[in-house]
Design a protein around this ligand. Structure first.
Ligand SMILES: [Fe+2]
Ligand SMILES: [Fe+2]
Length: 346
């Protein structure tokens, strides 16, 4: 099914929320906060606004000293992981508006707009970390490793090609694929990076960088929740996008995303970082792959690691600070915390 870009100025669009659709609807683009069809979008929007934070408010003074104390392997991993994360958040900032051009539920577009803003803040936080911690020449080198390191380029090509496919051909099918690709990026690709930073925290190193990552992780959890809702609505409205063949395609994409994330983790972390091993990393990514499949109503990919590995519990302890979880609407009001409330209490 070909998708036409929605009209920007459209006085003849539907005003009845009941006729609103995720794709293929006839929207006026009016931001009407009182008449939303998808009520979850309203809660998400307010939560995201509450989560506003400013990267430069976190002090990186200790990190400047700690960075020099890291082993050469830890510094290499720090640089490469930052380079990957900068790329991911940058491409997210650019991709979300292009998805929004085809989403005809305006409340969902409001969410995508806030998400794009948050992705910009995330890339700003990496820039702040690089500016503060690295020499100018090193900073440039790290920024461009995403295309100069062959391992990094290969894996960026997988997600980048899926994003480009939607740029070149606008159909319901390519849109569904780009939504799943987004889900892989948010829910799997960030995680060997996150676990590396949280492992530094366990070793009492780089506290400011870890705090930046925790704020980013808090936002990413909400992005994952947003996309899982968009995909669930799409499943209801466009069942032809979720036939067994299509489901198996999405599951294969997630499996390939996991395979690449594990290979990347082996390359960048391996067995040379105290506190992490190849086995721990593999188990955790497999667990995430199974979890992401379950959330999209797909069969798990791996027979093992259906539950969170015992020896990786610390990752969710860091990422779920202040009870911020994927199902955050079920959390108590303490979850609705402004940035200042995310204390380093672990
Ligand atoms: Fe992000
Ligand atoms: Fe995100």
């Amino acid at each position: 099914m070909e998708l036409k870009k929605k009209l920007l100025f459209n006085p003849d669009g539907d005003t009845d929320p009941g006729s609103r659709r995720i794709i293929g609807g006839n929207t006026t683009n009016l931001n009407d906060f009182n008449n939303m069809k998808y009520q979850w979008a309203s809660g998400w929007y307010r939560q995201a606004m509450n989560n506003f934070w400013i990267p430069e408010e976190i002090n990186l003074g200790a990190d400047v000293k700690d960075y020099m104390l890291l082993s050469a392997d830890e510094r290499r991993a720090y640089d490469k992981i930052l380079s990957f994360l900068v790329f991911l958040d940058s491409i997210q900032t650019a991709n979300l508006p292009s998805i929004g051009g085809y989403i005809t539920a305006n409340e969902v577009n409001l969410c995508l707009t806030i998400q794009a803003f948050q992705e910009a803040v995330h890339s700003q936080s990496y820039s702040y970390m690089l500016d503060t911690i690295c020499e100018p020449q090193k900073r440039m080198e790290v920024l461009y490793q995403w295309k100069e390191d062959e391992h990094l380029l290969a894996r960026n090509t997988f997600i980048g090609s899926l994003y480009n496919e939607f740029q070149e051909h606008h159909s319901a099918e390519t849109l569904a694929k780009v939504l799943v690709a987004n889900y892989i990026l948010e829910g799997i690709y960030f995680y060997s990076g996150f676990m590396f930073f949280y492992n530094l925290a366990r070793n009492r190193r780089m506290p400011g960088s870890v705090q930046e990552i925790r704020y980013i992780n808090r936002d990413e959890n909400t992005h994952l929740w947003l996309f899982s809702n968009i995909l669930s609505e799409l499943r209801r409205e466009e069942p032809s996008l979720f036939t067994p063949d299509k489901e198996s395609l999405y599951r294969d994409m997630i499996a390939e995303g996991c395979r690449q994330e594990i290979a990347w983790g082996q390359y960048v972390i391996g067995d040379s970082i105290p506190g992490l091993t190849r086995g721990m990393l593999t188990d955790y990514i497999q667990y995430l792959g199974n979890l992401r499949c379950r959330n999209l109503h797909l069969e798990p990919i791996y027979e093992r690691n259906l539950n969170e590995p015992e020896n990786m519990r610390w990752v969710s302890q860091y990422s779920n600070a202040n009870l911020i979880k994927t199902d955050f609407f079920e959390a108590k009001s303490t979850a609705y915390a402004k940035s200042g409330a995310l204390k380093d209490d672990l």
